[in-house]
Design a protein around this ligand. Structure first.
Ligand SMILES: *[C@@H]1O[C@H](CO)[C@@H](O)[C@H](O)[C@H]1NC(C)=O
Ligand SMILES: *[C@@H]1O[C@H](CO)[C@@H](O)[C@H](O)[C@H]1NC(C)=O
Ligand SMILES: *[C@@H]1O[C@H](CO)[C@@H](O)[C@H](O)[C@H]1NC(C)=O
Ligand SMILES: *[C@@H]1O[C@H](CO)[C@@H](O)[C@H](O)[C@H]1NC(C)=O
Ligand SMILES: *[C@@H]1O[C@H](CO)[C@@H](O)[C@H](O)[C@H]1NC(C)=O
Length: 562
C-alpha cells in the first residue's frame, strides 16, 4: 500500500497517454458534441494544430459490407467504431500520434519525433537477471498505478442516456489493457438478461486477429515506457514450440500455478485482483463488465480438458502454418480452410489446414492449456503470460509476412466478419487505427524480433550481454594490464573471488525469488556490484551464440523443463 502510494505520486510527474477512453473526452460535453479533440499541452490548441501536429477532423468510416456472421445493425456501440461515441477526432500529421497528437509514431522518439530507433523483442529466457526483474516490477507497477490519461466505459451508450450521463471508471494502467481486450471480444447485448449474440468478436476469429494484437502489444510497450521512463523496454516473447509444460511459470518470471490452496509468489501479489473475467455472468444479466474486483488470478497449467487440447503446439505445426500462402480464406472466420490466420489462431487444423477443428490448436491451445484466467477470451489479458504469448504469435505473423511478402490487397477489403475489414477502425482504440495499417513489417513499426534477425545481427545480439559485462569490468582489466602480468593474474583472481562472494551474499535474498522486487529497488543504489561474473554469464547465455532457432529452442528446453 505504501509502495503503491509512493509510486502513484512518483509517476504522476510523467506524462502518460493512449487508449480509451481519453479522460479528457469522457465527459458529458464531449459525448453530446461527439467531439474528442483535446488540446495538446505544448501549445494549448486542439490536436496541437497551432504547431502543425494535427487537426480535428470528421471521422470517416468505411462503407464496405461486412460478412454475414453478425446480422444486426445499429445495435452495438462497437459498430462503425467510433461513431456511436465520437464523430470528430484528432488526425495527426507527420510522425505524431495520440488522441491529442502528443506522442510520436512507433519507432520515433524525441521532442519533435524526428529520431528513428528500432527496438528488439527478445526471447524471455535470454533476458539477463536484471531484465527479468525489471519485467516483473514494471508490470506490477502498471497494475498498481491508476491511469492518468484513460478511463474505461462501464455502461452502454444507451445506459449513458446517449451521453448525457457518462459512465466511466478509473482503472490502473494494466487494467486499461485488460478492459480493452474484454470490450473488443465481449458478446453483443441484444437487450435484457441472457439476451446476447455470441458469434461476434472485433479482434478474434477473423482477419484482424493479428493486426489488432500487434497494436495492442505496441501500446502496452508504449505505456510501460512512459510509466517507467525506461525507453528501452520491450515485451519479451515465450517461444512455446514443443514445450511440455508452462516453462515461464517460474517464480522468477510469471509465477507458478494458482489452484485453490496454493498462492502466487509475492512477486505477483498485485495479481490478487482480476476484472472483467466473468463473461457468462455479464451475459446472464445482460450488462457490461463494471470493473469491480473479481478475486485472484487463476492458473493451473496442464490441468485442462485434454479432449479439447492435447498438448502445446509443436515446431512442425508452426512450420505448417507458415507454409500457407493465403492470409485468410473463404468466409474468413473459424471455418476458413487453408488460412494462415485461422491456423495460427488455432481453429484450423495444424496438420491439414481445415477449419472448424474439433480440437483447439496453436494460439488457442495455449489459452486453454493455462486452465484459468487465460482460458476465457474476454478475461485472458488479466494474466501477464498473455503478453509473452502474444509476442510470440506476433513474431510468427512477422515471419509469415517476410516469407510471403503479401501485397496490402491480401488483407481483405470487404466481407470479413464485422470489425475485420481492411479499413475498419479497430475497436475500441482511440486514437483511431485501421486494421490494414498493421498488416506491414515490424521493421516499419520500429521493432524487431531476435529470432528473426539475420545471422550477423544475431551474433551481435548474442554478444550484447557480454559487452554489458565487459563495460563493467574493463577499467579493472586495463588497470591490471598496467600492473603487469603476474599482478594482473592475482588481481583478476582476487576480483573474481570478490564477485563470487557478492553472488552468494547479497543484501536481498537472491535465492528467494519473492524478494526480487525489493532487491530491484535496493539494486538501484549499487548497480555494478550485482553483475554476475563473466564466467557465469557465459555459460548461462551460451544458447544465444548457437544462432539458429531450433538450437535455441532445444537449449531452452534443457535449461528450463523439469
Ligand atoms: C456529429 O455529431 C453531432 C452531435 O450529434 C452532430 O450535431 C453533427 O452534425 C455530427 N457531425 C457529423 C460530421 O456527422
Ligand atoms: C522542435 O520544434 C520546435 C518548433 O519547430 C523547435 O523550436 C525546437 O527547437 C525543436 N526541438 C528540437 C529538439 O529539435
Ligand atoms: C437516444 O437516441 C435514440 C436515437 O436517436 C433515441 O431513440 C432515444 O430516445 C435517445 N435516448 C435518450 C435517453 O435520450
Ligand atoms: C480446467 O480444466 C478442467 C478439467 O478439464 C475444466 O473442467 C475447467 O473448466 C477448466 N477451467 C478453466 C478455467 O479453463
Ligand atoms: C473446408 O474443407 C472441408 C473439408 O474439405 C469442407 O467440408 C468445408 O466445407 C470447407 N469449408 C469451407 C468454408 O470452404
Amino acid at each position: 500500500m505504501m509502495w503503491s502510494l509512493f509510486f502513484i505520486s512518483f509517476i504522476s510527474f510523467f506524462t502518460l497517454s493512449h487508449q480509451q477512453f481519453p479522460r479528457l473526452c469522457a465527459n458529458r460535453e464531449s459525448l453530446l458534441s461527439k467531439e474528442c479533440c483535446p488540446a495538446w499541452e505544448g501549445d494549448g490548441s486542439p490536436c496541437g494544430v497551432s504547431s502543425g501536429r494535427g487537426s480535428c477532423q470528421d471521422v470517416v468510416v468505411p462503407e464496405e459490407p461486412d460478412g454475414p456472421q453478425y446480422p444486426f445493425s445499429g445495435l452495438d456501440d462497437r459498430e462503425k467504431w467510433p461513431l456511436v461515441f465520437y464523430n470528430r477526432t484528432c488526425q495527426c500529421e507527420g510522425n505524431f500520434m495520440g488522441y491529442n497528437c502528443l506522442d510520436c509514431k512507433f519507432g520515433y522518439y524525441g521532442e519533435n519525433c524526428t529520431q528513428w530507433r528500432a527496438s528488439l523483442r527478445r526471447n524471455v529466457f535470454h533476458l539477463s537477471h536484471d531484465e527479468k526483474i525489471k519485467l516483473v516490477s514494471y508490470l506490477n507497477l502498471a497494475k498498481q498505478t491508476v491511469s492518468r490519461d484513460y478511463v474505461v466505459a462501464t455502461g452502454t451508450y444507451q445506459e449513458m442516456e446517449n451521453g448525457s450521463i457518462p459512465m466511466f471508471s478509473d482503472v490502473s494502467v494494466y487494467d486499461v489493457f485488460v478492459w480493452l481486450h474484454y470490450y473488443v471480444s465481449r458478446e453483443a447485448l441484444l437487450g435484457g438478461p441472457g439476451n446476447v449474440w455470441s458469434n461476434v468478436d472485433f479482434a478474434h476469429w477473423a482477419p484482424a486477429f493479428l493486426p489488432w494484437h500487434r497494436l495492442y502489444l505496441l501500446l502496452w510497450e508504449h505505456e510501460i515506457r512512459k510509466l517507467t521512463g525506461d525507453m528501452t523496454f520491450t515485451i519479451p516473447y515465450w517461444d512455446w514450440r514443443d514445450a511440455q509444460t508452462c516453462d515461464v511459470c517460474t517464480d522468477e518470471l510469471m509465477g507458478g500455478s494458482n489452484p485453490p490452496g496454493s498462492h502466487f509468489c509475492p512477486n505477483w501479489k498485485s495479481m490478487i485482483k482480476v476484472l472483467c473475467s466473468k463473461a457468462e455472468e455479464y451475459s446472464l444479466q445482460g450488462v457490461l463488465c463494471d470493473v469491480t474486483e473479481e478475486g485472484p488470478l487463476r492458473r493451473n497449467p496442464g490441468n485442462h480438458n485434454r479432449n479439447l487440447v492435447q498438448r502445446l503446439p509443436t515446431s512442425a505445426e508452426v512450420a505448417f502454418a507458415l507454409s500457407l500462402s493465403n492470409y485468410d480464406t473463404g468466409p474468413m472466420d473459424r471455418s476458413a480452410n487453408m488460412s494462415f490466420r485461422n491456423t495460427v489462431e488455432g481453429f484450423g487444423d495444424p496438420q491439414t489446414g481445415i477449419g472448424n477443428s474439433p480440437r483447439l490448436n496453436m494460439h488457442a491451445a495455449l489459452h486453454v492449456f493455462m486452465n484459468g484466467s487465460m482460458s476465457s477470451v474476454q478475461g485472458s489479458a488479466n494474466d501477464p503470460i498473455f503478453l509473452l504469448h502474444h509476442a510470440y504469435v506476433d513474431s510468427i505473423f512477422e515471419e509469415w509476412l517476410r516469407r510471403h511478402n503479401p501485397s496490402s490487397a491480401q488483407y481483405p477489403e470487404s466481407n470479413a466478419p464485422i470489425g475485420h475489414n481492411a479499413r475498419y477502425h479497430m475497436v475500441p482504440y482511440l486514437p483511431l487505427r485501421r486494421n490494414r495499417d498493421f498488416f506491414i513489417s515490424t521493421k516499419e513499426l520500429g521493432y524487431e524480433y531476435s529470432n528473426l534477425l539475420n545471422s550477423n545481427q544475431r551474433i551481435a545480439e548474442a554478444m550484447r550481454p557480454y559487452l554489458d559485462e565487459l563495460r563493467n569490468v574493463w577499467p579493472w582489466l586495463l588497470f591490471a594490464g598496467l600492473m603487469g602480468g603476474i599482478l594482473a593474474v592475482s588481481l583478476v583472481a582476487a576480483f573474481l573471488k570478490v564477485k563470487q562472494r557478492y553472488q552468494w551474499r547479497p543484501m536481498g535474498d537472491w535465492n528467494n525469488p519473492c524478494s526480487y522486487f525489493t532487491a530491484y529497488l535496493f539494486k538501484l543504489f549499487r548497480i555494478p556490484e550485482k553483475k554476475p561474473i563473466i564466467l557465469d554469464s557465459i555459460t548461462e547465455k551460451q544458447p544465444l551464440i548457437l544462432g539458429n532457432v531450433t538450437e535455441e529452442t532445444s537449449a531452452r528446453n534443457y535449461q528450463t523443463t523439469i
